[in-house]
Design a protein around this ligand. Structure first.
Ligand code: PEP
Ligand code: MG
Length: 542
């Protein structure tokens, strides 16, 4: 029987395919008495072997998808399962307490993880999450839960409560046709990922999971409909719609290679936003003129410990080389708020969006910042890299950043490591930066307006809070007036000005932005050609 739900669309499009439910990796473990402890010890060892097989497969997959540095964690996990102290602890608990293997593994995981978390060595502290992870995996196998995370084997519609950025990083994107989540907001990172991947997504869908796994589903990213087990007529109707959509996409592809120029001859740059090295393929496919925002924090979200200078250098160099001389704007680490990473050991905050995040962390922990800057400057030699700083609120911050950059460059000079002088820019995403735009522009080469955060901070609307969808309107005149003021003041101070927040891709505003004098729009790769189309249909002389 056809079931229908509705939600708020965050990206248009039609998806038709099987439904797969994303299960959070949490399981409740019960303590149970057992009679045959040796049989229980054997169950544990069998499950551990199976976990190692799974990890070996994950390692191979990660190696192909995200490279050696990011895949290494799965090797570490395999080694941890072989650790004799860990094994001995599990066996002892089973034998001395006559309990089930699930309980022994979970208890060992908790104990070891607490022990690691209390060590005063950063590397060892980082292992706390790993030991928890491997224990969860073994418990999952023992309890037959198995279905943790995303288990699809064919491209599917992914259903979840919500996805953390670190969870989206680990998804096999080629198996996701669409996201449907209970929670999340229009500007959450799941939504941004959907736009980057050019797939429909709905949030705020109050679905019930019963009898849904593996069933046929349809996501209508235009109207917000989510249909499970569609009637034949509905399925046929949507298949037709999907074909029409594909035809439209083909037409957009014809715009490839054409300039981003208005009917009256104003030309601007259209760049793309990326979160990983892999996204560069989409940038090139969609013919963007450069990368206007490389969210570098995703390199940090994808691993269990600080990525080394070498790992980062390789990532930035690859992007710069693949873009073959086109501008690549790398935004320095924007961790905190909705993007949390365990190994940073940040204190709990009641109000993380207004808390210790982005440039604030970098200025307070210069060793992390310097590692990233060294990696970026080293990579600058291999392409056309610019550097951009997030969450700026004062001229003083920019001056401090420049002092740190001077130190980094001096070190590179002393070591005779080649680099180029990169253009420097800031994100304008706080009202403070808007109102100091002219002074800030004198310090940097460019601005990029982050409308996602600018809307959040101007309208006092937490971008993660789904209850605020009706209030957090980036079309609010207060936000638009700030954008205009930023562009005008930026130009007065001598900086060029782009927009890299989601609003940059809103083609109902393309003409408005052009009239304001914007120099660049940086959008999800999949939106590049639509924005180009809007620019080419605009006539500013009228
Ligand atoms: C923004 O705030 O508009 C932006 C582009 O950055 P992020 O979405 O990564 O915070
Ligand atoms: Mg931002």
């Amino acid at each position: 029987m056809q079931k229908e739900y509705s939600g708020k669309p965050v990206f248009g499009g039609i998806a038709i395919g099987k439904v797969t439910i994303y299960h959070k990796k949490e399981s409740v473990v019960k303590r149970e008495k057992v009679d045959d402890v040796e049989a229980e010890v054997k169950r544990y060892h069998d499950a551990s072997e199976k976990a190692k097989e799974q990890l070996a497969q994950l390692h191979d997959k990660a190696l192909k998808e995200v490279g050696e540095a990011n895949a290494a964690v799965f090797e570490v996990h395999q080694m941890m399962l072989d650790d004799l102290d860990y094994q001995e602890s599990v066996e002892n608990i089973i034998r001395t307490q006559n309990v089930n293997a699930e309980f022994a593994v979970a208890t060992t995981g908790d104990n070891f993880s607490e022990m690691f978390a209390n060590m005063d060595d950063d590397y060892m502290r980082g292992r706390a999450a790993d030991v928890k992870d491997i224990s969860n995996r073994v418990v999952g196998i023992l309890s037959g839960a198995g279905a943790t995370g995303f288990t699809a084997t064919e491209p599917s519609i992914l259903l979840a409560d919500d996805l953390a950025p670190s969870e989206t990083v680990q998804l096999d994107k080629s198996l996701v046709l669409s996201f449907v989540t209970r929670h999340g907001s229009t500007n959450s990172h799941t939504a941004i990922l959907a736009r980057t991947m050019n797939i429909p997504a709905l949030i705020g869908v109050d679905f019930s999971e019963d009898d849904m796994e593996g069933h046929m589903g349809i996501v209508d990213g235009y109207t917000g409909r989510f249909i499970v087990d569609p009637d034949d007529a509905v399925l046929a109707e949507y298949k037709e719609k999907k074909e029409e959509e594909e035809e439209k996409q083909r037409l957009l592809q014809e715009l490839k290679g054409k300039p981003n120029v208005t009917k009256d001859g104003t030309e601007i740059n259209v760049y793309a936003n990326i979160g990983s090295v892999k996204d560069v393929a989409d940038v090139l496919k969609n013919d963007a003129g450069g990368i206007g925002l490389f969210r570098s924090e995703f390199l940090y979200l994808g691993c269990d410990d600080y990525p080394s200078e070498e790992d980062q250098f390789r990532a930035y160099k690859t992007v710069a080389e693949n873009m073959a001389g086109k501008r690549v704007i790398i935004r320095t680490l924007d961790i905190g708020a909705d993007k949390q990473v365990d190994y940073f050991h940040l204190d709990h905050e009641d109000n993380p969006a207004m808390g210790f995040r982005a440039i604030r962390i970098c200025l307070k922990r210069p060793e992390i910042f310097k590692t990233q800057l060294r990696a970026i400057y080293r990579a600058s030699y291999y392409g056309n890299i610019s550097i951009m700083f997030p969450m700026i609120i004062s001229v003083d911050e920019v001056k401090k950043i420049k002092e740190i950059i001077a130190e980094v460059k001096k070190e590179l000079d002393d070591q005779k490591i080649p680099y180029k002088d990169c253009e420097l820019g800031i994100m304008v995403e706080t009202p403070a930066a808007v109102w100091m735009a002219e002074e800030l522009a004198k310090e940097v080469d460019f601005f990029s307006i982050g409308t996602n955060d600018l809307t959040q901070y101007t309208l006092a609307c937490d971008r993660q809070n789904p209850n605020l969808e009706d209030f957090a309107d980036p079309h609010n005149p207060a936000v638009l007036r700030e954008i205009e003021y930023t562009i005008k003041s930026g130009h007065k101070g001598g900086a060029w000005v782009g927009i890299c927040g989601e609003l940059g891709a809103d083609t109902t505003l393309t003409e408005t932005f052009l009239r304001m004098g914007v120099d660049e729009l940086s959008v999800s790769p999949s939106r590049v050609l639509a924005v180009r189309n809007a620019i080419r249909n605009t006539d500013l002389s009228k």
